[in-house]
Design a protein around this ligand. Structure first.
Ligand code: FPP
Length: 240
């Protein structure tokens, strides 16, 4: 169910055939900052603002869920100063998450990724945001932090082994990953055309949509364009 009704700026999005689950790789913050002779942290700050705008737009459109890739298990390799800046932005967001999300309607917040490596303070705030929104019935916003697609699959398999499973099926893995098992549409800005270890299980039949725009320049109209493009593709899932 869409949160605020449909506005006129949806540019022909067909609400009856929305992608259920989309994945967004928030890329290009560093280049955005460099173009302006700003520190990379300024790019991430601008990117965090765009995350807020676009996650709310996902809720307004009435998507079932959207997963945003904020920090990968590989991103720890970045300079400490940059990692600290991203974690600070993450904390700032979490401190306001409940009011931000509640003001935007009925969205549910979930975090996917490894807890190991995250600070106790952030983990507590993440748990709180999940709890505070757990009764909400609108769009689920998954924020992938300290996340790796291969690790997610390994975690699912290890969990199943620990439960005594010996013949692991696709359904078993689908039931034990962090998000819904099918992602319909992947959006990646910044001109890069790769998955970067994002939702590897979920993307089997995902449509891919790329734009040269950098993430801090990404607008709700770009999200609409990606969805309209998705709605005009023929999806055959291996059939005819
Ligand atoms: C990739 O762009 C971006 C990241 C690794 C960090 C993304 C972080 C945010 C959008 C802010 C997080 C905060 C919240 C609240 C979600 P890049 O730095 O690799 O850009 P580049 O390829 O241009 O260098």
């Amino acid at each position: 169910m869409a949160l605020f009704g449909k506005k006129n700026n949806d540019n022909n999005v067909q609400f009856e055939i929305l992608p259920k689950n989309i994945g967004i790789i928030m890329d290009g913050n560093g280049r955005w900052a460099k173009k302006r002779a700003l520190p990379r942290s300024a790019g991430h700050k601008a990117g965090a603002e765009v995350f807020r705008t676009i996650s709310k737009e996902c809720g307004r459109l009435g998507l079932e869920s959207a997963t945003f890739y904020a920090f990968s298990t590989e991103n720890w390799k970045r300079p400490k100063e940059e990692v600290d800046a991203i974690m600070r932005l993450f904390k700032d967001y979490l401190l306001e998450a409940k009011s931000d999300i509640t003001a935007a309607g009925d969205m549910k917040m979930k975090f996917i990724g490894e807890r190991d490596g995250m600070s106790k303070e952030l983990l507590e705030l993440m748990d709180e945001a999940e709890e505070d929104t757990s009764e909400h019935c609108g769009t689920t916003i998954y924020l992938a932090v300290n996340y790796g697609g291969r690790l997610e699959i390994c975690d699912a398999v290890n969990k199943l082994i620990a439960e005594g499973k010996t013949n692991i099926t696709e359904k078993d893995i689908s039931d034990n990953i962090f998000t819904p098992p099918e992602c319909d549409l992947i959006i990646r800005p910044s001109g890069e055309q790769r998955l970067s270890n994002f939702m590897l299980w979920q993307v089997s039949y995902a449509e891919m949509w790329f734009t040269d725009k950098l993430w801090p320049d990404f607008k709700p109209t770009d999200l609409h364009k990606a969805i309209i493009d998705f709605q005009n593709r023929g999806r055959r899932f291996g059939g005819v």
